[in-house]
Design a protein around this ligand. Structure first.
Ligand code: HPA
Ligand code: ZN
Length: 324
């Protein structure tokens, strides 16, 4: 099983590029940009990555992102992630980025975009890894700030396939961004949203009805609402589940308690993803292995997670066919 998983061709649909910032690169960039970090060493940073819930992680994640300043920083970040994709047999990846985390600090939208886009182009050319980019609005910020960010994205439609919603789920329901998503959809962006990670199952229903999402990011709280589980199966709404993330942020206590295998066997379009691999202790292969270790799953079931990700990706059908 282990070698089967290692070489299984994979597609990643839920990874925050800022969450791939390994402490080694964080220290390198902090030095390059003369930014002080609250950690004495790489080891101390890793040791500090102990979280009790989503917010306790987000505080550390936004702090780390401050070392990202120049176009080259965003290039280096993205390129390092793509090299990890190559090791993990990730053939295609759809990457989230959080422009507001950077524009709020005075880093230009253009700087963020230029670095990421250049790395993704190199990834296609040199590593044969295809990719798409999804802009996430920070849901703890205002609707107005999201509208401003959407306006900045309009000149990058060639490079940004969709928009999403991340950051603190509790207290910031999908409804808050209904009008922003309406405008984004009207402009031709696809939509996704983090929903039912630690927020209620109703956020999943609302993301589908109000934000017209093509996928639900996480979505594991659907189990609170059996009728919703059946509906997700019926409409084959993809869930981008992140097993190691859910354990680190204590959404489930142990991997054996996770519901993704139950959901898969119930006929849902479940996928496996890494979320913020530098903070949660693992990239794609690690997530697949963690699931296989905790459950009596077959190779066919592990392959189904990959097949679902191909189907749920934002690639055109002819590109999907090449990955199968
Ligand atoms: N949830 C919400 N926001 C995030 C996450 C997450 O798992 N990772 C990065 N931003
Ligand atoms: Zn996420």
């Amino acid at each position: 099983m282990e070698s089967f998983i290692r070489t299984l061709p994979k597609v990643e649909l839920h990874v925050h590029i800022e969450g791939t910032l390994e402490p080694e690169l964080m220290f390198q960039l902090a030095q390059r940009n003369q930014i002080a970090l609250p950690y004495d060493s790489v080891e101390a940073a890793r040791k500090a990555y102990q979280f009790t819930d989503l917010q306790s992680f987000l505080d550390v994640y936004y702090l780390g992102a401050q070392v990202l300043q120049t176009e080259q920083d965003f290039y280096d970040l993205t390129w390092a992630y793509l090299l990890r994709c190559q090791q993990d047999h990730v053939m295609h990846t759809e990457i989230f980025f959080d422009p507001q985390t950077h524009t709020q600090r005075g880093v230009a939208f253009q700087t963020v975009m230029a670095g990421i886009i250049r790395a993704l182009a190199d990834g296609e050319q040199k590593l044969e890894i295809s990719s798409r980019l999804i802009l996430c609005f920070l849901r703890h910020l205002s609707e107005e700030a999201a509208f401003e960010t959407l306006a900045q994205a309009m000149s990058y439609q060639e490079y940004i396939v969709g928009v999403g919603l991340d950051s603190s789920e509790k207290g910031h329901p999908p409804e808050k961004f209904r009008r922003v998503f309406e405008q984004a959809l009207h402009a031709g962006f696809l939509t996704v949203a983090h929903a039912g990670e630690e927020g209620p199952a109703s956020n999943i229903r609302d993301a589908i009805s109000m934000l017209r999402v093509s996928r639900i990011d996480h979505g594991v709280q659907c189990s609170q609402d059996p009728e919703l589980v059946q509906e997700l199966a019926d409409i084959q709404m993809p869930l981008t589940v992140c097993p190691l993330s859910n354990i680190k942020l204590r959404v489930f206590e142990r991997m054996a308690d996770h519901n993704l295998v139950d959901l898969l066997r119930h006929g849902l379009c479940v996928t496996i993803n890494s979320d913020d691999p530098a903070y949660f202790g693992g990239y794609m292969t690690d997530n697949f292995l963690a699931v296989a270790h905790a459950f009596a799953v077959t190779k066919e079931e592990m392959a189904a997670f990959s097949a679902h990700a191909i189907r749920a990706s934002f690639l055109p059908d002819e590109e999907k066919a090449k990955l199968q």
